[in-house]
Structure formats: structure tokens, C-alpha cells
Design a protein around this ligand. Sequence first.
Ligand code: 13P
Ligand code: SF4
Length: 326
Amino acid sequence: MSYEKLRQRILQLKDQKRAIILAHNYQRREIQEIADFTGDSLGLCRRAAETDAQYMVFCGVDFMAETASILNPDKRVLIPDTRATCPLANMLTARIIKDAKRKHKEGAVVLYVNTTAESKAEADIICTSSNAVEVVNALEQDVILFGPDWNLAQYVKNRTRKRIIPIPSYGYCPVHQYFTVNQIRELREIYPREELEVMVHPECSPIVQSSADFVGSTGKMLERPASLGKRIFIVGTEVGLIYPLYKRHKDKSFIPLCHDALCKPMKLHTLRKVYMALKKERPIVKVPKKIAAEARDSIEAMLKQKTAKKDTSFTIHDRTPFNTLS
Ligand code: 13P
Ligand code: SF4
């Protein structure tokens, strides 16, 4: 089937089945173009909580699709490729959390949304990289068990008076971990200083974060260029973000901090797999009821927090096929 035909079939099936497609900012361009909503994990969480669609095709990694399913127990959440799993999320187990809770009884458990449903069931509240600092600061407790990303934990630690205890002692994202200060230095030498802004994700190491001009979630990076007079942006996150940045800010230039920064699990979803998922109505994401109920409490605790209200997800309204982009 030709690319254009595949797109048309997906759009038809979507209408027929009252389905929506949610896509993370790192998805392939052709998937972002066909999605109803594209965004960071917080934006997608909020969209999943609000939709009245019967089916949701979730193009992201498994913890994101699980979150959508937990928030919508009566709806069908489809994931085009079930192998799309986040290694960072898998670094934290319910056992590690239980042990940490026993050791620090006074602490609150704040978990990054990049966690399995079993881990979320052990949390007091969930956060994303968009709202982690606000979520932590709004809690009564002064001791926070925070996981699984050690770098995000350090980012929060530098912006709060509370004691942050990372669980596990060293969790990391294999994509963001390998950005270096030298990469930033080399690019700063090439471009004029007054026109350049270096943006990195809080999953990067603290030294990379402190060498950047701006640290934020993918949603915040997407908004940043509009508020600055600068013209050239170095993007320290997964390379997929370059496309929505370009779509939103066509008058600016975006350069990946590293061209190899690729989250392979995110890229497992293809248009063909989206089509098959819609057609066959599977694979369906399933979370055991008891775990889902406990995990829902911690996700809803985040969604209820006033500080988490802002939604940075958006739709790429012009569906120009990716291969015709100039
Ligand atoms: P965002 O919340 O910024 O979209 O990040 C999710 C993620 O997995 C980053 O690697
Ligand atoms: Fe997980 Fe890293 Fe991929 Fe984000 S970029 S989904 S944290 S592996």
C-alpha cells in the first residue's frame, strides 16, 4: 500500500471507530502528522484523562500507554508495537520502592511518570519532567523518595529545600545520559553567541544541564523559541523533537546536540503498525485491576495539583506528508 493510501485508510478507520491517536514528541514524523495530539508525557496524560473516544492508539513507550489505560478503564488503549518499552522505567521495581519506604518511613514517594504500573501503585504521587519541582514542593513531607531518574532527581534537588533520596541509587535514560559538555562546547564555537540558545532535557547529567542555557521537558522546549529573540537552538534531547520544533517555529533553526540521540523503542511504531492496530483493534494495553486502581490514585493526585494544569500538547494541524517538507 502506498504511503498516501495508508494515511487515508488510517484517517478513515479513526473516524469509523471513534478513535484518537496520541503521539509523543519523539515519534516518527509521519506518525506525528497523523496524530490528534502530540505532546510531552504530561500533555498526553491530560489528553488521555479527558478524551471521550472509544479507542486510543498510543504511539509512545509502554508506561505512557499504560497510564492512558489506567486513566480510562472503560476504553481500549492500543499500542502499535508492544516491544516499545522504556529502559529507564524498567530500572525501578516495586521491591526497591518497598525497601526504601521501610528505611525512610517519614518520606513521600514521588515517581517520574517513566515507571511501570507496579511501581506507580507504590507511589504517593506521580510527576513528569514538566512539573517535578512543583509536585515535590507542594507536598507536606520534607523527605522525598524520588525515582527512577537520578539526573531528574538532581534537577529537583537543586530547586527545592527538601531532602531528595534517589531510588534506585542510579537510574538513567540511555539516550540522555550520553550527552556531553564537549558537544555543547563544540557547537557554541560554531554559532554566534547572541543568536544561540542551548536547551537540554532534565534527564541529562547535571554537568550538561549546567552548561546549557535552558533545561526543560520536551513540552517546555517546544514553547521556548517563541519567547526568545534568538534564532538558533541546540536541542539536547531525542532527535525526534526537531520535527515538532520546526513545525511550530518555521523561522528558526534547530540543531540536535547529537544526531545519534535516538530512542529506539519510541521508533518501533510505524504507520503500517498504527493501521494494523486500528484495523484489528489490538494489541490492547492491559493493566491488572488492583494495580491499576492503586496507580490511578497516584496519577490523579498529580492531575489534581493546580501546578500541573498547564497542557503543552498540541496538534500538527497541517497534515503535509513528511516527504514533501522543504
Ligand atoms: P517528556 O515528559 O519531556 O516528554 O519526557 C519523556 C521522556 O521519556 C523523555 O525521555
Ligand atoms: Fe525512556 Fe529515555 Fe526513551 Fe525517554 S528517551 S522513553 S526516558 S529510553
